[in-house]
Design a protein around this ligand. Structure first.
Ligand SMILES: C[S@@+](CC[C@H](N)C(=O)[O-])C[C@H]1O[C@@H](n2cnc3c(N)ncnc32)[C@H](O)[C@@H]1O
Length: 511
C-alpha cells in the first residue's frame, strides 16, 4: 500500500541532486541583475521548502557562514539523510525539520526569512498545499525578501500531459507501489514506442521525450508522474498567485533570459520591445521558445514597484574572473541574438577582475574605466557573467582549507562513495558559494590536497579512504605506507594530467 501526504507519495525517496541556482549568492545576483537589492550576504535567514535529501542546503550552509539555514520536508527519511550529512559536516547553521509546510503555517514562532527557495515542489502538490506555500510566504518572508520557485511550465510541458495520464491510467490499477507503477508506466510507453503508434509518429518530439524517460532513475519517474497532483502553470498564473501574496516578478533563469538585448531573436524583437510589462513579455517568450520548465524569482514588493538601476543593485556585489586571461573566449555570446565580448571596455573589465575580486562599486571607481558610462560598465560586467568567464563571488569566502569546508567535503565524499550508483562527488567552492561535481576518485585526490590537516600525502589519503569506507587492500594484502604514498602520488599526477586540478583551482575548490 502506498503512503501519501495530501496526495504526495511519501514512501519512495527522491533522487539526490544539487542545484546551484538555489545558492543565496546566485539568487542575490539574479535579483540584482533585475534591479532588486540583494540580501545581506553576511547576515541572512534562508529556508528551503521540500528540501529533499538536503544536498543543496548542506552545500549552501557550509559555504555561506553568514547565513542561518532551515530545511523543511514532509518525508522523514529525506530529513534523516540530510541531518546525517549536516551532522557529519559539523554544520551549526542548518536546522532541518521533518514537517509539512502546513505545520509551519500553523506555528506562530515569528521566524522570518530573507530567502525562501523551492525546487520541484510547486507543480507536484495539491491546491491545498500550494495555498499553504503562499501562506508560508505571506507570514514568513521579510520585506524585500526573495522567493525562488520552479515548476513545469506552459506551453511546453502541457503537450506532455497525455504521457503522464496514460502511464497512470495503465499502472495505477495494477499496483499500489509507486516504483512498480513507474516501471509499469515505462513498459507501457516502450510497447507504444516500439509499435510506432500514431500518437508517437505524429508527435516525434514527444516520442523523443518518452525515450529520454528510460534513462531516468525510477525514483525520479515516481516523483515526476505518480503523485496525485501535477499542475502545469503559465508564468502569468504563478505571477498572479504571487502578487496575491504581496510579491512581484523579479527575474528568471537561465540568466540570458534577463538580458532584453538577447532574449528574443532579431526578427521578432520589434514586437517584443513594444511590450514593456515584464510578465507579459515572459508569457510571449514561453510561446516563442515552447518553454517546458521555469525557475522564477519573486520579491516582496508591490507588483508595480519600478526596478532600481543595476548600478545601484550590483554596487556591493563582488565579481572575479573565472578563467585565466589566456583561455578567454571573446566569441559573441549565445542567446537569441549575438553580443561580442571583444571590445576595449570588455577587455579592461576582465583585466581588472583577473587577479582579485572586486565589488561593482570598486570596479567602477578604477581609473582605467574613467570615461566609460556606468550603464555600459554594467552591460559589460553582466555580459561577462553571462559567458561564465566572470562569476559573482562571496565578499569574504572561507578558504578551501577552512575546517568547516574540509569537514563538509569529507562528508560529501563519504556520502558519494556510499551511494554506489553515483559516478560523481560534490566538492565545495567556498568563493562561489556552491559546489561542483568531480569524478569520485579525482574528488578523493583533491580532498587530500585541500585537507588543512594534511601531513604526508599517503597518510592523509589512508585516513580519507578509511573515512569513506574504501578498501585499503590490494591482492588481499593491506596497502603499506609506501604503497599508499605511491597511490597518492599517482592520483595527484592524474589530477594534473587530466586537467582536473586546473579546473578545481578555477572553481575555487582548492587554493
Ligand atoms: C521532487 S522533491 C524535490 C526535492 C528537492 N527540492 C530537489 O529538487 O531535489 C519534492 C519534495 O517536496 C516534499 N514535499 C511535498 N509535499 C510537501 C509538504 N506538504 N510539506 C513539506 N514537504 C513536502 C517531498 O517530500 C519531496 O522531498
Amino acid at each position: 500500500m502506498d503512503s501519501t501526504h495530501d496526495g504526495y507519495i511519501t514512501d519512495v525517496a527522491y533522487i539526490d541532486n544539487y542545484y546551484e541556482q538555489l545558492s543565496p549568492l546566485a539568487i542575490n545576483y539574479l535579483a540584482a541583475l533585475n534591479g532588486h537589492l540583494p540580501r545581506n550576504p553576511d547576515d541572512f535567514d534562508y529556508c528551503e521548502l521540500g528540501c529533499g535529501n538536503g544536498l543543496s542546503l548542506v552545500v549552501h550552509a557550509a559555504t555561506h557562514p553568514g547565513g542561518r539555514f532551515t530545511g523543511i520536508d514532509v518525508i522523514p527519511d529525506h530529513i534523516a539523510r540530510a541531518r546525517g550529512l549536516a551532522d557529519a559536516a559539523g554544520l551549526t547553521n542548518l536546522a532541518l525539520y521533518a514537517d509539512s509546510i502546513a505545520d509551519w503555517v500553523a506555528r506562530d514562532d515569528g521566524q522570518k526569512f530573507d530567502f525562501i527557495a523551492m525546487h520541484g515542489l510547486y507543480t507536484w502538490v495539491s491546491d491545498a498545499v500550494r495555498a499553504d506555500i503562499h501562506r508560508f510566504i505571506e507570514r514568513r518572508l521579510k520585506p524585500g525578501g526573495l522567493v525562488l520557485v520552479s515548476y513545469n511550465a506552459k506551453p511546453g510541458f502541457s503537450a506532455r500531459e497525455p504521457l503522464r495520464n496514460i502511464m497512470r491510467r495503465f499502472a495505477t490499477p495494477l499496483s499500489t507501489n509507486p516504483l512498480e507503477r513507474a516501471h509499469l508506466g515505462l513498459s507501457y510507453l516502450r510497447l507504444m514506442l516500439n509499435a510506432q503508434v500514431p500518437f508517437f509518429r505524429l508527435n516525434p518530439e514527444l516520442a523523443k521525450y518518452a525515450e529520454s524517460l528510460f534513462d531516468k532513475d525510477p525514483h525520479y519517474i515516481a516523483h515526476e508522474f505518480f503523485h496525485d497532483d501535477w499542475h502545469i502553470f503559465g508564468v502569468d498564473e504563478v505571477a498572479g498567485a504571487m502578487q496575491n501574496s504581496g510579491l512581484a516578478f523579479a527575474g528568471t533563469l537561465p540568466l540570458w533570459q534577463n538580458h532584453a538585448d538577447i532574449d528574443v531573436p532579431a526578427n521578432v524583437s520589434g514586437l517584443f520591445n513594444a511590450q514593456t510589462e515584464r510578465v507579459t513579455r515572459e508569457v510571449h517568450k514561453d510561446f516563442l521558445y515552447n518553454t517546458v520548465f521555469r525557475t522564477d524569482l519573486y520579491v516582496a514588493a508591490p507588483a508595480d514597484a519600478a526596478p532600481l538601476p543595476r548600478t545601484e543593485t550590483l554596487a556591493a556585489m563582488c565579481f572575479r574572473a573565472a578563467v585565466p586571461a589566456t583561455d578567454v573566449q571573446f566569441a559573441p555570446l549565445a542567446g537569441a541574438n549575438q553580443l561580442s565580448l571583444n571590445t576595449p571596455l570588455h577587455r579592461t573589465v576582465f583585466a581588472l577582475l583577473q587577479d582579485q575580486a572586486r565589488t561593482f562599486a570598486d570596479l567602477a571607481a578604477q581609473p582605467a574605466l574613467a570615461g566609460h558610462g556606468r550603464d555600459d560598465l554594467v552591460a559589460a560586467l553582466t555580459q561577462w557573467v553571462l559567458s561564465g568567464q566572470v562569476r559573482p563571488t562571496l565578499p569574504a569566502p572561507l578558504p578551501p582549507s577552512h575546517p568547516v569546508i574540509a569537514a563538509t567535503n569529507r562528508a560529501l565524499l563519504a556520502e558519494a562513495f556510499a551511494a554506489g550508483d553515483r559516478d560523481g562527488a560534490l566538492l565545495l567552492s567556498p568563493c562561489y558559494g556552491s559546489a561542483f561535481w568531480f569524478d569520485k576518485t579525482q574528488a578523493l585526490a583533491l580532498a587530500v590536497l585541500a585537507d588543512p590537516a594534511a601531513g604526508e600525502a599517503g597518510a592523509t589519503l589512508a585516513e580519507l579512504m578509511k573515512h569513506c569506507g574504501l578498501s585499503m587492500e590490494e591482492d588481499g594484502r593491506a596497502l603499506d605506507e609506501e604503497a599508499l604514498a605511491n597511490l597518492a602520488m599517482d592520483l595527484s599526477d592524474d589530477l594534473e594530467a587530466s586537467g582536473a586540478l586546473t579546473q578545481a583551482r578555477l572553481l575555487g575548490v582548492v587554493g
